[in-house]
Design a protein. Sequence first.
Length: 144
Amino acid sequence: MNEQTQKLGSLKVGDTLPALQTGPISRHAIALYAAGSSDLNPIHTDIDFAKHKAGLPDVIVHGMFVMGYLAKIGTEYAPAGAVRRIKTQFRTMTNVGDNLVCTGKVTDKQSRDGATILTCALAATRQDDVVVATGEIDIVVGAA
C-alpha cells in the first residue's frame, strides 16, 4: 500500500477530502470536452444556437464535464481501479467562466473482505455559492 492509499485508508467518517478548484471554465475547455466526448449538442458549442434557439444566455458546460471534476475529488489519492460506484445529480447549469469548488466528505467507512470501502458525498459549487451538482462515490482501499 503506497503513502497516498494509506492516507485515504486513514480517513474517518466526517473527514473531508482536499477541495479542488477548477478556475474559470473556458469556451476552449468546453469545446475540447465536446470533441472528446462526442457530445456536440449545440447548447454546448454554438453561442447563436444557445442564445436564439435554446433561450440561454450563452453556451453551457456539459454536466459530465462537471462530473469528471467530482470524480477527481474521489480518485486523487485512490489507487487505479479503486472506484466501485459513482453517481451524480445535476442541480443547475454551469456556465462559461464559472469557477467551481468541488468538495468531498466521508459519510461511511466499512471493512469487507479485507478491504476498506469509503463512501464520500460530493458537491460542486459555483463562485456564487450555488451548488451545481452533488453526488456520491465508493472507493475501495486495500485488497478487494
